[in-house]
Design a protein around this ligand. Structure first.
Ligand SMILES: NC(=O)c1ccc[n+]([C@@H]2O[C@H](COP(=O)([O-])OP(=O)(O)OC[C@H]3O[C@@H](n4cnc5c(N)ncnc54)[C@H](O)[C@@H]3O)[C@@H](O)[C@H]2O)c1
Length: 383
C-alpha cells in the first residue's frame, strides 16, 4: 500500500504543549499506529520538521525521537521540500508573525490557541489564510475529550429538556515558585508577555459553550491577580502583572446563563481540574475531562433548607455515571487527524482560524469588561 508523506513544520516543540501533546501524543502517535489511513487506500505519513530557537534542545529532541529534520531557521523550515503544513505552539506573542510567514509561503496552517493576542490580528490571520486558499485550523482540544463528548451526546440526545444554566469550575493551585517550582511557565503570569487567565482560558470557554451548549451573546468578567509576586524558572522573583483568576458570566442564545470560574489560585475540591454542571428542565449533568455523571428529573431529591439539621442525604452519591460506550483517543490527536484528512482529502473541517478568532474576541471582551466593570455584547464575526 502506498504512503503519502506530508511534512509538518512544528514550531514550539520544546514547550510544554508542543512537545507532549502535539509531537509525542499526536504526530509521533500517528506514526506509531502506522500512519493515517486515507479513503483512497493510501496511508498518510506525517514527517515533522522541527523548528525553534535553541539548537541544542532541538538536536537533543530530534535524536531522542529519531527525527531527521530540524532547523533554527523558520524560513529554512518553510522552504523544506516536504513542508506542506505549518504548526505553531510557541508562546502566544510569537505566533502572529510566524503564521503570517507560513501563509505567505503557501503552507496550510494549524495553531494552538489563542490564535493571536488581539481580535484584529486574529481576524487578519483568518482573512490572509482564506485569501491564500490554504487550509487552516485552531486547536480546540476540549471538544474531543471523553467527558465533553459524553456531554455532547447528552445534549444531542435531548437529555436536558430546556437547558437553563451552565456552571464551570476550572483551576488548581499553581505554585508560586519559591519553595516549590511552579508547574506552569512564568510568562503565563506576565501581561506584557501575553500571559493571563482570560487570554488563556476564555478561548476554550468560547468554543466549549458555542459548540456544546449555545452561542455566547454577552460577557461580564471580573478578574483578580491574587498572587502579585511569583518566582520564575530560575527562582528569581517577578511581578505577576496578569490576571491569575477570572470570574465570568456569559449569556448564551436562548436565555441560557453560563458562569465559569477560572483560577490558578484555588485548591481542588472536585473530581477533575475542570467540571461543567449543566442544569436543564429534564435533568442535569456534571462533565469533566474524562467523566460525566447525570441526575434525571425522576431521581432528583427534594432537600428542605434547615440549618438546624445535619445534611440529610448523600447528594454526591445520587448521580449516575454516563458509560463510555466508545473508545476515546487523545483529544489533540483526534483533532490532528481531522485536520490532516481535511488537508489531504478536502473533508469538512469546522475548527478554523475564524472559529479561533471567536475565542480571541471573547478574551478581548472579557478583559475590557473587567476593566470597565460592565457587561458587553459579543457581536457576530465576519471576515
Ligand atoms: N490547548 C491547550 O489546552 C493549551 C494548554 C496550554 C497552553 N496552550 C497554548 O500553547 C502555547 C504554548 O504554551 P506552553 O504552555 O507550551 O508554553 P511553553 O513556555 O512551555 O512553550 C513555549 C514554546 O515557545 C517557544 N518560544 C518562541 N518564542 C519564545 C519567546 N519569545 N519566549 C519564550 N518562548 C518562546 C519556546 O521555545 C517553547 O518551545 C500558548 O499559546 C498557550 O496558550 C494551549
Amino acid at each position: 500500500m502506498s504512503r503519502k508523506v506530508i511534512g509538518i513544520v512544528m514550531n514550539g516543540v520544546t514547550g510544554r504543549m508542543g512537545y507532549r501533546q502535539h509531537l509525542v501524543r499526536s504526530i509521533l502517535a500517528i506514526r506509531e499506529q502506522g500512519g493515517l489511513p486515507l479513503p483512497d487506500g493510501r496511508t498518510l505519513w506525517p514527517e515533522p520538521i522541527l523548528v525553534g530557537r535553541n539548537e541544542a534542545k532541538l538536536r537533543a529532541l530530534a535524536e531522542r525521537h529519531d527525527l531527521a529534520h530540524w532547523t533554527t531557521s523558520l524560513d529554512e523550515a518553510l522552504a523544506h521540500p516536504l513542508a506542506e503544513i505549518y504548526f505553531d505552539s510557541q508562546v502566544t506573542q510569537a505566533r502572529e508573525p510566524a503564521l503570517k510567514a507560513a501563509i505567505a509561503a503557501g503552507k496550510h496552517v494549524y495553531t494552538e490557541k489563542p490564535t493571536a493576542e488581539t481580535l484584529d490580528s486574529a481576524l487578519e490571520l483568518a482573512r490572509l489564510a482564506r485569501e491564500a486558499g490554504v487550509a487552516n485550523g485552531a486547536v480546540q482540544d476540549k471538544l474531543f475529550l471523553p467527558g465533553l463528548l459524553k456531554l455532547k451526546r447528552l445534549v444531542d440526545g435531548g437529555f436536558f429538556g430546556r437547558i437553563l444554566s451552565v456552571r464551570g469550575e476550572f483551576g488548581y493551585w499553581v505554585f508560586e515558585g519559591d519553595w516549590q517550582p511552579a508547574q506552569r511557565p512564568s510568562w503565563n503570569y506576565r501581561a506584557e508577555d501575553g500571559g493571563g487567565m482570560i487570554l488563556d482560558m476564555f478561548p476554550h470557554w468560547r468554543y466549549v459553550l458555542d459548540n456544546l451548549i449555545a452561542p455566547v451573546r454577552s460577557v461580564y468578567a471580573h478578574t483578580a491577580t491574587h498572587l502579585p509576586q511569583r518566582h520564575d524558572e530560575r527562582g528569581r522573583p517577578y511581578d505577576a502583572t496578569a490576571d491569575d483568576a477570572a470570574y465570568g458570566i456569559f449569556e448564551l442564545e436562548g436565555g441560557i446563563t453560563a458562569q465559569i470560574n477560572s483560577s490558578w489560585a484555588v485548591r481542588v475540591d472536585r473530581d477533575e481540574l475542570v467540571e461543567f454542571q449543566v442544569d436543564g428542565t429534564e435533568g442535569s449533568a456534571v462533565a469533566g475531562l474524562r467523566n460525566c455523571r447525570v441526575q434525571h428529573r425522576a431521581t432528583t431529591p427534594k432537600p428542605v433548607w434547615n440549618p438546624d439539621l445535619p445534611v440529610t442525604e448523600p447528594f454526591r452519591h445520587q448521580w449516575q455515571a454516563v458509560p463510555d460506550n466508545d473508545e476515546f483517543d487523545n483529544g489533540f490527536k483526534v483533532q490532528w487527524e481531522l485536520f490532516l484528512r481535511h488537508v489531504t482529502t478536502g473533508s469538512p473541517y469546522h475548527w478554523d482560524l475564524l472559529e479561533g478568532a471567536k475565542g480571541v474576541q471573547l478574551a478581548e471582551l472579557g478583559l475590557r469588561s473587567a476593566r470597565e466593570g460592565r457587561r458587553l455584547d459579543v457581536p457576530a464575526l465576519e471576515l
